[in-house]
Structures are given as C-alpha cells and as structure tokens.
Design a protein around this ligand. Sequence first.
Ligand code: ADP
Ligand code: MG
Length: 376
Amino acid sequence: MDNQASVVSFAPGRINLIGEHTDYNDGFVLPAAIDLGCSCRMRKNNKRLLNIWADDIDEFYSFDLKTKQRLETIPTWFKYFLGVFQEMSKQDEDLSGIDLNFSSTIPIGAGLSSSAAMTCSLAIGINELFSLGIPKKELMYIAQKAEHNCVGIQCGIMDQFASIYSKAAQVNLLNCNTMTFQPIPFELGAFEIVLVNSGVSHELASSEYNKRRKTCESVVEKAKVRNISIKSVSDLNLDTLNMLKPALTDIEYKRATHVIKENNRVLKAAAALQNSNILELGKLIYDSHSSLNEQYEVSCDELNFLVDATKELDYVLGSRMMGGGFGGCTLNIVAQEHQRLFRQKISSSFQKIFSTEPEIYDVKISEGAQILSESN
Ligand code: ADP
Ligand code: MG
C-alpha cells in the first residue's frame, strides 16, 4: 500500500445482556455488538506526527511522537488513540505517523462502549494500513491496554471482545478466565431490547471503577493468606466466601457476593435465552440490577428510577443498568407491540422527576469491527 493510500475502519459499540463488573473478575458476560459505532479514516503522513480530527466535537490535536508530552496536557479523547498507537508501535518501531478523522454514532459515556469502538476501530485500521498482520485476539488486547496505560481505566476485556468478535444476530457467552466463548442466537420472540439513557454522564466511573477492581483484588489476597488458593473472585462460591467472611470488610463481602451471584445469573440467562424463556431472562436482569445497586453500589438515582418505573409495566420483562454504572443507559426487554407506549410512559415519568426527557434507542445486534474501504 503506498503512502497516499487511505483506510476506513469501523468498530461497533455493544450491549451486554447481563454480567456486569464480572469481566475483570475473570467471570462470565453476555455481550453483543450493536449497529452504532466509530469510523476512522486514516492515511500515513510519513512524519512522526499523530494528527487527529475528532469530527463530532470539532476538535483537532497533533502529537509529536519524537517528544515526550505530559499526559495531563493531552485531551482525553486523544489518549485512546495515542494509547493504541503506542501499543502498536511496539510491534513495529518505525510506524510513521498518521492523519486521521474519526466520528462515532455511539452516545458518549452512555455505557455502550464508545471508548472501545474508538480503540478497536483504530487498531484494526492501523493493522490494515501498515499491513502488520496482527491477529484479532492481539488487537483486542492492544485496545484494552490503550485504556489501561494511556487513559488510566483498568477496564476488563468485554467491550473490546464484543467490538472485535461479535457476529450479527447473536450474543456471546464469554468466559473471561479462559477467553473462550459460545455464540447464542439472539431470539427474543415478541420482545426486543430498548435502551433508555439516563443522561447522567458517569464522571465518577473511572475512579470508582478502579476502586471496585482493587476491592476485588483485596478479597483474592485475603483468600490466599487463608490458604484458599484462587486467582480471582470468580473462583469463589458462596460457601468459600462465607468461610472467608471473618477476614473481609463488609464492603469486600458485598462486592464478592455480587460477582459470584452475577456469574451464576449469566449462565442461567444464557440457558434461558437458548430455551426461549424470555420471562426467566427478564427476572435475572432485574436481579442483576438489584445486586449492582445494593451489593456493588454502582447505580444512581436516575438509573434506579428508570428500572423501578418499568416494574409497573406488564409488557416489560426486565430492566437493569448497563455498563460500569453511575449513569449511562438502562437495558430493557420490552414487548414489541407496546414499544411506543413504553417510550411515552418512561419519558413522561422521568421528565416529571428529573425535568429532562431521556433519549431512547432501539438497537440491532450487529457484526463486529471491519475495514470498510481502502483506496490508493
Ligand atoms: P463509554 O465507553 O461507556 O461510552 P467511557 O468513559 O469509557 O464511556 O468513554 C467515553 C470517552 O470516550 C469520552 O469521555 C471521550 O473522551 C471518548 N469519546 C467517545 N466517543 C467520542 C467521540 N465521538 N468524540 C470524541 N471523543 C469520544
Ligand atoms: Mg468505555
């Protein structure tokens, strides 16, 4: 490919039916890509410069790869790209700089993984542009490391996995310990997924997210001291957790309880989906929310209100907060024939309390990341 060639790459955001805060605990999740995502158009510039235009917010930032710029002076959105570029430079130290424009159809910070869409889109794009031949699995880890090392979010692997590996019309039961997955046809019969955006931007999310992760690591350390040899909280069950209870703080006990029970719910939900038992799936989704709110403490008033409001609607089978928490969307299983009514009811009751109308989205379960075009 010559220097003037350009590549357009696309990577989607995702939903996660159930399994929240389990990925970084080596547990189970049930995500799928959606029909919203991030497109990157890039070409080599043969300089040691990363020139990036964020078209949606009309910002430009240029980074000189020869110098060491302090991370604090760099806009947050740019760090996702810089992080990926730095990881990929480890594969080929002589990577030239690039000129890149990107835009995304994913609402930012709504729990639909706008961040992984950016990093995965760039990773597959650079792989193509420079003919690096990096396998999918490694691209997924590169995208994750960008958030760890450059943005400072110790995220799990679910978002990047879903963005890169998903296929249309199926959700994936992913075991984050073995990184093996089982695709399950996404068939909800007369029901569909509707997302309601609380509009609360999850500012607390990054610090609280890392805190949750540390608490879980502390549980693992305390287990080891007591000769319960585990690699992650997901290796515990309720019996071993109770044996360990005297050594744990109340908070540690609650967090671990969530993880253990949530893993169980994911497996049950996968079975329910396979058996077309959408009623059961809905109940598990409601239980997941209660646990995220009470045990893991990552919900907020707006999310709780949105979930509680659905309990009066007999055409909604399940509702829960989705993503890291402290804002973002709820995921709802709604009867297709009452979708419009659902939108009206939720909008008006939310507006009465919070004086703003929530955005509501239908999503389609879609293909994972792909190169859209190349030109010479
Ligand atoms: P989520 O991945 O759930 O959407 P994150 O907090 O992980 O939320 O990532 C959101 C961050 O990603 C934003 O703060 C911003 O820096 C960046 N981002 C996402 N989409 C865009 C976009 N279209 N333009 C610029 N920055 C974006
Ligand atoms: Mg994210």
